[in-house]
Design a binder for this molecule. Structure first.
Ligand SMILES: [Zn+2]
Ligand SMILES: [Zn+2]
Length: 619
């Protein structure tokens, strides 16, 4: 999808790295023109992780062409030309475009800069029109740029794709050349090393090798993962963690159906606005009308739930509530369904069925700060458990000029809730940034970004403050002054969805899960298959399993080194090797995946250590 045209104000906000990358797009165009002077350029913005420039050219550019394009780019960077800005009139710009001078090194009579003419027409009347010039290359561009081409420290062209001009398939198809650039070569190299490591840790690859999940497009359908027993074990552990943590924090658990009537989602506001992201409705033929609800239009239409909130709101509404019941924290590992475009589906990262670590906290405005703080503390606790060292909370607020359009028209509630959120974030010392104009329709939201151990960024979860929907559902509590009031609602899901979070964890741990999460926690391996020895090993497995440890036994006559190697390859966390001497001493030889042989331990001590590590959710 093409981004909207950036305003001058948005462009001014481009950070240094984005300026370097966009400047590098100009340098790439310069280089391509030296090789193919007839090239016609369209747009070349910075994007996540790099930049691109769209070009129309009879020659089909392939990665084989990259070295010589890069060679020319190096020359332009070495020349260290300044990026000179020139403000021109619309007439002048049009004249230069007609002569083929824009997005070019020279005038090109008979070959007008046709995409630049199109870009020019998108610039609103009254907005300044500017060129940027480096060496002989002049481009129609609003900037901003770095000072000189020499400020581009390290760059690399990465791929070619095709794209329609302005993203419209009625327009000509162009070649989109992607590249990336960094402040210096060290950062560039670190980036490609990280990508290589990410490839090695690809959750789809490791997930398959370890037998964690599968996607079965022919029978189950695309984007609908099937959790295999080993993935199921991780999922169970995460749910256990969430249940224990939430129980301690005063949450109560509910269980709600996967579908609901159309009326539910009209009330919640998901329909019609969110309809594209929901599975199409099921039409039921329920025969006679039995009650008032069924007499309503479309009462026989049911939808798969895309979010748990409306169901939880109905749980709130199920009983009369007084201020004494608040805060009410309703939690559920809810399964939601979203109709993602098939082209967008990606392993566990983009799916159509999601198990969400969901909860909704209903509270009074006076309780809000404590509740919101509690949610943040829960995040920090989880980050510690999973060794997540880098995170940021993106606090999205509203834009007062868009009240009633993009944001629900409640000016006072917006200011009040945003102030409350900001205050909590400030006083708790949490790492956050404020992003104006990106709130949800119903209230301010916080997106939580985390970085895996190899430095890749993931969006983990979203928290949202909702001051509008509870009233649409008629949710009220009786306050101490005996009046009815509408509660605030905090949506939160610190562990995100199983799908995304386990995808993240696979990369984060490269599949080498800590003991408490490891699908197979312990394997007991016998040296030989003498009956008393096998019985000793089986007894250890039995003891571990009575303590809910996922333990297996390997009692074949294969060579012990081969058995160990097999266990290491399957990333079994702890191996207990037993031979006749271990048995005689009521002991085990302890091995830990990736750490090697840790020596002989008394059986009771080894088991106690395993149980303690699992209980503490340690390595
Ligand atoms: Zn530019
Ligand atoms: Zn919600």
């Amino acid at each position: 999808m093409e981004a909207e045209r950036k305003t001058l104000n948005d462009r001014e906000k481009m950070n240094e790295l984005e300026r370097i990358r966009h400047s590098c797009a100009h340098v790439m165009a310069t280089a391509i023109l030296r090789l193919w002077p007839e090239a016609q350029f369209a747009s070349g913005p910075p994007v996540e992780n790099g930049f691109y420039y769209d070009v129309d050219l009879p020659h089909r550019i392939s990665p084989d062409d990259f070295p010589r394009i890069e060679e020319e780019m190096k020359k332009e960077i070495k020349a260290n030309h300044p990026f000179e800005k020139m403000v021109v009139s619309r007439d002048q710009a049009l004249k230069d475009a007609e002569s083929g001078r824009l997005g070019a090194l020279i005038e090109r009579p008979g070959n007008p800069s046709r995409f630049k003419i199109g870009n020019l027409s998108d610039i609103p009347e009254g907005e300044a029109i500017s060129y940027y010039k480096n060496g002989d290359f002049i481009d129609l561009c609003a900037g901003p740029h770095v000072m000189r081409t020499g400020n581009i420290g390290g760059f690399k062209l990465t791929s070619v794709a095709s794209a329609y001009y302005k993203g419209d398939e009625r327009n000509p198809q162009l070649q989109r050349i992607y590249g990336t650039a960094f402040k210096n070569k060290t950062e560039l190299e670190a980036y490609f090393k990280m990508l290589e490591e990410a490839k090695r840790r690809d959750h789809r690859k490791i997930g398959q090798e370890m037998g964690l999940f599968t996607i079965d497009p022919d029978f189950t359908g695309p984007g609908l993962p099937l959790w295999l027993p080993k993935g199921g074990a991780i999922l169970e552990e995460l749910e256990k963690l969430a249940k224990e943590t939430e129980f301690a924090a005063g949450y109560v658990r509910v269980k709600t159906p996967h579908i609901a009537r159309e009326r539910m989602y009209i009330t919640s506001g998901h329909l019609p606005y969110y309809a594209e992201s929901m599975f199409p409705p099921m039409e039921l033929n329920e025969g006679e009308v039995r009650n008032k609800a069924e007499a309503q239009p479309n009462a026989s239409k049911y939808y798969l739930k895309a979010m748990n909130c409306p169901h939880h709101h109905r749980v709130f509404a199920a009983e009369p509530r007084s201020y004494r019941d608040l805060p009410l924290r309703l939690a559920e590992y809810g399964t939601c369904y979203r109709y993602e475009q098939s082209g967008e589906l990606f392993g566990l990262m983009r799916v159509r069925s999601l198990n969400m670590n969901d909860a909704h906290i209903y509270c009074t405005p006076e309780q809000f700060a404590d509740e919101f703080n509690g949610v943040n503390e829960m995040y920090l606790k989880y980050f510690k458990t999973f060794g997540i060292e880098k995170y940021v909370m993106r606090f999205s607020t509203h834009d007062p000029s868009k009240l009633g359009q993009k944001f629900v028209d409640e000016p006072e509630l917006w200011i009040k809730t945003e102030d409350m959120v900001r205050e909590v974030l400030k006083t708790s010392g949490i790492n956050y940034v404020e992003v104006p104009n990106e709130a949800a329709f119903y209230g301010p939201k916080i997106d939580v970004q985390v970085w895996s151990v190899i430095g890749r960024e993931f969006t983990l979860a979203t928290n949202q403050v909702d001051f509008a929907v509870p009233s649409k559902f008629g949710l009220v509590y009786r306050d101490s002054d005996n009046t009815e009031k509408t509660p605030l609602c905090i949506h939160r899901a610190p562990l995100g969805t199983h799908e995304r979070f386990i995808g993240f964890l696979i990369e984060h741990y490269a599949g080498n899960f800590p003991l408490w999460l490891a699908p197979e926690q312990v394997r007991v391996l016998t040296i030989g298959q003498e009956e008393p020895l096998v019985n000793y090993a089986k007894d250890i497995v039995r003891e571990l399993r009575t303590h809910m440890v996922r333990a297996e036994g390997e009692y074949t006559n294969d060579k012990i080194n081969g058995k160990i190697q097999t266990a290491e390859l399957s990333k079994v966390h702890t191996m207990l090797v037993v031979g006749p001497r271990d048995m005689a001493a009521n002991a085990v030889s302890l091995r830990v995946h990736g750490k090697g042989n840790l020596g002989v331990k008394p059986r009771a001590e080894a088991i106690e250590n395993i149980l303690t590590s699992i209980r503490q959710r340690g390595g």
